[in-house]
Design a protein around this ligand. Sequence first.
Ligand SMILES: CC(C)(COP(=O)(O)OP(=O)(O)OC[C@H]1O[C@@H](n2cnc3c(N)ncnc32)[C@H](O)[C@@H]1OP(=O)(O)O)[C@@H](O)C(=O)NCCC(=O)NCCS
Length: 207
Amino acid sequence: MNPATPDTPPLTTRLLHAGDRPAIEHFFLAEMDDVSLYWRFFRTMTPMTVNAYVAQMRFDSGCLAYGAFFGERLVGVAEISAIPGSESCTENRPGALSCGELGIAVSNQLHHKGIGRQLLSRLLDDAWTRGLKRIQLSSLRDNRPMLALATRLGFKALREESGEVIMQALRPADWPQVVPRRMKQAAAHATEREINCSAKIVNARCR
Ligand SMILES: CC(C)(COP(=O)(O)OP(=O)(O)OC[C@H]1O[C@@H](n2cnc3c(N)ncnc32)[C@H](O)[C@@H]1OP(=O)(O)O)[C@@H](O)C(=O)NCCC(=O)NCCS
């Protein structure tokens, strides 16, 4: 569903990059209220902590970020970042993010209009195509919109810990993957390794 009216431009989604940092910071501070920020980050956020969070976003193979826009206005941000402390995810090495943690937020005034779904769907499509195999998220148990959105897009609950629901989605087995040539060559010499992402989820951070 596109919530645009005849007066608003259509919703578009695109990859975010380092040059979008001011817009992302403005989005978190101007488009979200304190409660939504808490649901997104699991802690009270201030302009200073938002600034620090956005400053450390990497926009490279360790983090995949998409934005939803009405014209120039950023109205949603969805990110997949390396799971903190995920050494146990054997393929999470530079240039080959394989397991990631999801974080998503949509402008407060625009909730329940299909933006989250469109944005997350686009992000997942790209993530699977880039070769990610497993995406995890944590949501507060009372965050019904997030649980509904994740379930709708194929996430399954793994467990509950301290009021948080941990969910995961696996890349569809038949998803066409674009494999860079150098990875194909390496794969020809490597034995199959099992992915094991058992790291405890703290929160989505791009490190
Ligand atoms: C979670 C969030 C991103 C959803 O974005 P959204 O644009 O409102 O979601 P959508 O409109 O695309 O709805 C997606 C699904 O969730 C459901 N949903 C949305 N809002 C809902 C609500 N208030 N109650 C119940 N279900 C809801 C919709 O029914 C829809 O399901 P459907 O496709 O079966 O109809 C948004 O509420 C948000 O930014 N919350 C604050 C940040 C946050 O909680 N992040 C999650 C932790 S990372």
